[in-house]
Design a protein around this ligand. Structure first.
Ligand SMILES: O=C(O)CCC(=O)N[C@@H](CCC(=O)O)C(=O)O
Ligand SMILES: [Zn+2]
Length: 342
């Protein structure tokens, strides 16, 4: 397919052209579906207007916002291969994004600065001026805005990741904070369909990709953690069948299946405290290699600096994403408290 020149698929084209500014290129599938490669790693795919969109939605799916989180990249590439081969027909507009191609080639989380801290306008801060990752964040925001404007259906965004640490809960989703909203039942059902059994409710807006799309584009968005970071080719992709099958079902516009055990209830946590590297002789009292969802008892000292400290409150709290190796001002981890099963 000319979209990818001599490359066998989207992923190999993206890796081979990482960091290159290619012009937009458009083509049609035999069934009339329009496919546009808007940039390296960005595909905008729209079914023919005559085709029904039974779920009345437009979907953004991103992976590779962190370059070393390879399994969701392989899953998304697999779905693109199926679609372009004609294995099934698309029913809703989709914008598919491989976030950070140079970091994917390097096998690193990022090159100069964490792309997933540059959205919601953060790419415009003076300290990021001229950085390729800031330009990519700006480009991706604009691509999402244009996609949302061209497709006025209900907008969804799933930003797919894998975690650095092992986890007591293999798959979990984060729901960005937007004042006054609640997770719709249909989205809870979708997470369970994707075998994601745990949901974290954020307590404030951030600068992640999913926070941008939910706050500024009014999308129902989630960051979805699907397992552990591994290099390309080393993922057991059977562990990602849930998300692949659930996304394919949505792309095809098929009805949602009913909840089935063991994936029939979501355990919900709320974020109670975001640990930031304060830079004032910051000391983190959680071991470096602790698993996500490790629980700490009331009163446990989590971090301190020369001015203040944080201890677990009146009931147990767990840690996710512990990582003290971040620049001053960035997130070292989240403290969460269980808030019910739904
Ligand atoms: O395992 C880790 O420490 C990081 C995994 C990861 O990249 N998580 C995302 C979560 C984004 C969000 O809070 O919605 C990130 O840190 O960017
Ligand atoms: Zn990530």
């Amino acid at each position: 397919m000319s979209l990818f020149g001599s490359h066998p698929d989207w992923l190999s084209h993206t890796l081979d052209h990482a960091g290159v500014d290619l012009p937009e290129i458009k083509t049609h599938l035999p069934d009339g579906t329009r496919v546009s490669r808007k940039a390296v790693g960005v595909l905008d795919i729209v079914p023919p207007a005559s085709r029904a969109n039974p779920n009345a939605e437009a979907i953004i799916v991103s992976a590779g916002v962190h370059g070393n989180e390879t399994a969701p990249i392989e899953v998304l590439n697999g779905l693109v291969i199926e679609l372009l081969e004609g294995a099934w027909e698309l029913s809703c507009p989709v914008l598919l994004v491989l976030g950070n191609p140079p970091a994917m080639v390097a096998g690193d989380r990022f090159m100069e600065v964490n792309l997933n801290r540059l959205f919601h306008g953060a790419h415009g801060r003076s300290e990021y001026a001229g950085l390729a990752e800031a330009q990519r964040a700006q480009f991706l925001e604009e691509a999402c805005r244009q996609f949302a404007m061209a497709n006025p259906q209900a907008l969804r965004h799933y930003d797919l990741h894998t975690a650095i640490r092992p986890s007591h809960r293999e798959r979990f989703a984060l729901y960005p904070f937007v004042e006054g909203r609640q997770v719709p039942v249909s989205e809870r059902d979708f997470l369970l369909e994707a075998e994601v059994e745990t949901l974290l409710l954020q307590h404030k807006a951030g600068t992640t990709f999913s926070s941008f799309s939910s706050s500024l584009l009014k999308a129902e968005s989630f960051t979805v953690e699907l397992g552990k970071v591994k290099p390309f080719g080393q993922n057991d992709l059977r562990r990602f069948d849930g998300i692949r099958d659930a996304l394919r079902r949505r792309f095809r516009g098929q009805p949602a299946p009913s909840r089935k055990p063991p994936f029939d209830h979501l355990t919900v946590f709320e974020v109670v405290h975001e640990i930031l590297n304060t830079g004032k002789n910051f000391r983190f009292h959680i071991p470096d290699d602790v698993a996500n969802f490790t629980e700490y008892q009331p009163g446990t000292l989590i971090w301190e600096d020369d001015e203040t400290s944080y201890r677990v409150g009146h009931s147990p709290e767990a840690i996710v994403f512990p990582n003290p190796e971040v620049p001053v001002g960035q997130r070292v981890g989240l403290m969460i408290r269980e808030g019910g099963v739904r």
